[in-house]
Design a protein around this ligand. Structure first.
Ligand code: TYM
Length: 332
């Protein structure tokens, strides 16, 4: 029965064009979970505005991310797919939880430290409070599991701390969620600087492969990916560029690292890179076609996000009322 299924929550920010990092670290794994779990997948537009967004672009990208969810294989009948700002409980919950989160905890978040360096003087308070909004996202649905790439692990640990604190201060209210980090594709690295995470906000387009990059662009970017002068396909920390391309190939084809090493033994990098590019194109081409079809049918998209918001609103506002009652607010 549905009620017994464990709950999953995850989201992606519509803050840039999605990369193959988002696909392999998150989306591809979400699709595998949809039969077994009660899944909530959200387009987290409230998170996106922690850095400046052009309103028109934000609108376009929000719908595009939802279309990508669907095109990647998330079934709207099985999953609750919605847009974060359509469910006011996320903002409300974030405020409540902000009052049970310490400034010191937020200042220690690696992503905040990185981004605040990048944006210099114009860091919004939202950027600091961002992980609290993420905690609200997860706790409002009493999620058991949160499938994310490893870069989000620290935020999830903070979510657990906040939930435990609230439960202890009042009485058991929240489930303590577990991260659900895939074995493969956990962290796809930048193609130009393979010691850095591949990010949709990188300045150099050769650093990333976008889900919507055309095949010829994908092939060009992979051929330009930084490797090394050793010339052997080996899964080693000394060869971060090669290691990253192997991770991508493994996540896409299921070939093990040993199988990949063996296949390209004594061959240099040329064929290896051609095959990595081919694997990406083979995976993404049908998805790209579906994304375009879905985006052409705005009514279909609207039906999905409206239905999703309705279900999410129902569940999340129940949790808000529970929180308010425990905190000591007068019931409405
Ligand atoms: P975001 O939008 O940066 O990334 C979305 C998902 O993609 C994963 N990811 C990667 N995985 C592997 N390699 C990479 N290079 C890579 N880049 C991104 C991320 O780990 C993430 O799973 N704070 C979140 C969004 C969020 C959220 C949530 C997630 C908001 N509320 C609640 C889970 C639960 C974020 O910025 O993800």
């Amino acid at each position: 029965m549905d009620e017994k299924k464990k709950v999953i929550f995850s989201g992606i920010q519509p803050s840039g064009n999605l990369t193959i990092g988002n696909y392999l670290g998150a989306l591809k794994n979400w699709v595998k979970l949809q039969d077994e779990y009660d899944c909530y997948y959200c387009v987290v537009d409230l998170h996106a505005i922690t850095v400046r967004q052009e309103p028109k672009e934000l609108r376009r990208r929000t719908l595009e991310v939802l279309a990508i969810y669907l095109a990647a294989g998330l079934d709207p009948e099985k999953n609750t797919l919605f847009i974060q700002s359509h469910v006011p409980a996320h903002s409300e919950g974030a405020w409540l939880l902000n009052c049970f989160t310490y400034l010191g905890e937020l200042g220690r978040m690696t992503q905040y430290k990185d981004k605040s360096q990048r944006y210099g003087d114009s860091i919004s308070a939202g950027l600091l409070n961002y992980p609290v909004l993420m905690a609200a996202d997860i706790l409002l649905y009493n999620a058991d599991l949160v499938p994310v790439g490893i870069d989000q692990k620290q935020h999830l640990e903070l979510t657990r701390d906040i939930a435990e604190r609230f439960n202890k201060l009042f009485s058991p209210t929240f489930n303590i969620p577990e991260p659900y980090i895939p074995e493969t594709g956990t962290k796809i690295m930048d193609l130009q600087e393979p010691t850095k995470k591949m990010s949709k906000s990188a300045d150099n387009p050769n650093s990333y492969i976008l889900i919507l990059d055309p095949p010829d662009v994908i092939r060009k970017k992979i051929s330009r990916a930084v490797t090394d002068s050793l010339g052997t396909v080996k899964y080693s920390d000394e060869q971060p560029g090669v290691k990253n391309l192997m991770t991508i190939l493994n996540a896409l084809t299921g070939m093990t690292m040993e199988q990949i090493e063996k296949k390209y033994e004594g061959q240099g990098y040329a064929q290896f890179k051609l095959d990595v590019a081919d694997a990406i194109v083979t995976e993404l081409e049908p998805i790209q076609k579906r994304i375009k079809e879905i985006l052409d049918d705005k009514e279909y998209l609207e039906n999905i996000y409206k239905k999703g918001a309705e279900k999410a609103n129902y569940v999340a506002s129940k949790t808000i009322r529970k929180m308010q009652k425990k905190i000591g607010f007068i019931p409405r």
